[in-house]
Ligand binder design. Structure first.
Ligand SMILES: [Zn+2]
Length: 593
């Protein structure tokens, strides 16, 4: 059985979490929340709360928490799938049960949507070429002059333009035997303003999205207006389309990819089209979003090696690391083609041309080297402290090496490169594992809310989820290593990946649904009461300082350990001096916050 996201959303919308949990727990209102005795552990005073507003429950006694699915999984002892089925019955929503009895109806519906998409595509393409709409002219200029797309390419890949009025298309669809409901079903029609139906892509350049067989399953639309957000939108999920299940361009490049066993992975539609125009045809685009597991599975069907070539900016780097992680887990060999800042593949190709781009591909790097290079750029390698930063930054990729010989060789060459003793790397490795173990023991209960730095981590995450306007302020200043708890780091990474999107607590619960530890951690943060009446820049700064201070202290501990072991007098002096500096830095942060 395939559970669609939209089914989960529907179930969530129809089930009242307070009503659901009241079947098992005697809940009493407490402010905005409800409170009761936890059903998952023995207690005399209630520490179990339910927030109807956020759709979560959390126990401050044992740490259990999450959304409605997590609750049912735990209390009825069900798998995630069975919990969804259980709640769908309660909600009166029919999930596709057996393939056979729905196949015909489902098949017919899918075929109808694909047919509708083809007709919509024809309409968009004609509008791009002929429309007198001022935005249509801008679109033509953008694609054909500024970006140098050939007409044949626009036709092959189904580029288009959706006229700004957003309604004429509906008349066109009627003429072809479709109605408004089909338009909505296909994920293109949007009901807005007093029940009126519009094209969600109105006023945008459109990109047809094909499945690997070349059928159009959906569309993406790019705005040309400077201040319209978001820049790109997609069809909403439909029986044939779900975001993150396909790769842009694959239908046209799959044979080349199969032949070369290598795929070049870029981020955006324009990047892909640029490569294709330059006759580099073993490529696909992950469509602007971070790479998904389903996309990686799809790549695995055609390729053995992936060359990631994302934007050179910070978001591109974050997406690269995430991509490496997912692709390596699928058993793919991953290399990185590094573009100089501020380029993306499209702008680089236009500025420097095909030959120089091929050179960049030739210089592709293994992940370890790529990461080392970035860390060196960020920290330099002159001081022991920056060396420790670099080693710690590389730990995840060292730890992920399963071959112990490969691992010790990497450690040796890193030691030689940084001119540090191998023992230092092993010490850092050991230190990190121990502190992670200690943190694991530190359950997400009320007790740790008293703990300064960890509490500050939680509050910052809470702010990041609740207030879009503070995201840049926090994300620009806080590197991921400031978060000491591995679960917090995972959450922060997801927030960084979705920095510019509407991304709420409930989306976060969706991302980790089925993962008990993560759900508990998220609900703990969501249900946390802070003593601050409102979010201010000052408050955020002081929280960031708290995190920074804790990180400096962790580095100090490592340095002190090294100081005790170091025999060389000169090195001892240097380390001692650095510790003094850190102490001063910590002192400075104290007086400021
Ligand atoms: Zn409990």
């Amino acid at each position: 059985m395939v559970i669609q996201d939209q089914n989960l959303e529907e179930i969530k919308n129809r089930i009242d979490i307070v009503e659901l949990i009241s079947n098992y727990v005697d809940l009493k209102p407490a402010g905005k929340n409800y409170r009761g005795l936890c059903p998952f552990h023995e207690e005399k005073t209630p520490s179990f709360i339910v927030s109807p507003e956020k759709g979560i429950f959390h126990c401050f006694g044992c740490g259990a928490g999450g959304g409605i699915f997590n609750f049912v999984m735990k209390i009825e002892n069900l798998s995630f799938q069975d919990a969804v089925v259980h709640l769908s019955h309660k909600a009166g929503i029919e999930l596709p049960t057996s393939k056979r009895n729905i196949q015909n109806k489902e098949y017919r519906q899918k075929a109808k949507i694909i047919q509708l998409n083809q007709i919509v595509q024809k309409y968009y393409y004609d509008s791009l070429i002929h429309s007198e709409d001022p935005l249509a002219k801008t679109s033509r200029q953008y694609l054909f002059q500024k970006r140098g797309i050939k007409l044949s390419t626009a036709e092959q890949f189904g580029l288009g333009y959706s006229p700004a009025d957003g309604k004429a298309i509906i008349e066109y669809l009627y003429q072809h035997g479709f109605d408004g409901n089909d338009f909505i079903q296909a994920g293109i029609g949007n009901v807005i303003r007093k029940g009126e139906l519009y094209d969600r892509f109105r006023g945008r350049i459109t990109f047809a999205l094909h499945d690997p067989n070349g059928e159009i399953t959906g569309f993406a639309g790019r705005t040309l207006l400077e201040n319209e957000n978001p820049k790109y939108i997609n069809s909403s999920d439909s029986p044939v389309f779900s975001k993150g299940n396909n790769l842009y361009g694959l239908f046209a490049t799959k044979n080349e990819i199969r032949k070369t066993k290598t795929v070049i992975l870029v981020e955006g539609y324009m990047d892909f089209l640029s490569l294709f125009e330059n006759k580099i045809t073993n490529c696909v685009a992950s469509m602007g979003t971070a790479l998904t597991v389903n996309q990686a599975t799809l790549i695995r069907r055609f390729a053995e090696e992936v060359i990631i070539c994302y934007d050179s900016d910070n978001a591109g780097r974050v997406a690269t690391f995430r991509g490496v992680d997912i692709l390596t887990k699928k058993g793919l060999s991953v290399k990185i083609a590094v573009l100089p800042t501020p380029y993306d593949p499209d702008s680089y190709l236009r500025k420097k041309g095909r030959e120089e781009f091929l050179e960049i591909l030739k210089q592709k790097k293994p992940i370890f080297d790529y990461q080392l290079e970035l860390l060196l750029k960020e920290y330099g390698s002159n001081s022991l402290e920056s060396q420790i930063h670099i080693i710690r930054g590389l730990l995840p990729s060292i730890n992920s090496m399963t071959d112990s010989i490969e691992k010790s060789l990497k450690i040796r060459s890193l030691a030689q490169y940084l001119k540090v003793p191998e023992s230092l790397i092993y010490n850092v490795l050991k230190g990190t594992q121990e502190s992670e173990k200690k943190i694991k023991l530190f359950k997400t209960t009320q007790k740790d809310a008293a703990h300064g730095a960890i509490k500050a981590e939680k509050i910052l995450i809470k702010f990041l989820l609740e207030d879009l306007t503070v995201r840049n302020l926090i994300c620009d200043q806080v590197p991921i290593e400031y978060f000491s708890i591995p679960e917090h780091r995972r959450i922060y990474q997801v927030i960084l990946n979705n920095k510019n999107e509407e991304f709420s607590l409930s989306d976060l619960i969706n991302v980790f649904s089925g993962d008990e530890l993560m759900s508990s951690c998220i609900s703990a943060i969501g249900s946390m009461e802070t003593e601050f009446p409102k979010i201010s820049e000052e408050l955020i700064q002081s929280l960031i300082n708290t995190l920074k201070k804790a990180e400096l202290k962790r580095v100090r501990t490592l340095l002190a350990g090294e100081l005790a072991q170091q025999k060389d007098y000169k090195s001892k002096l240097l380390i001692g001096k650095r510790i003094e500096e850190i102490d001063k830095e910590i002192q400075g942060l104290k007086t400021r916050s």
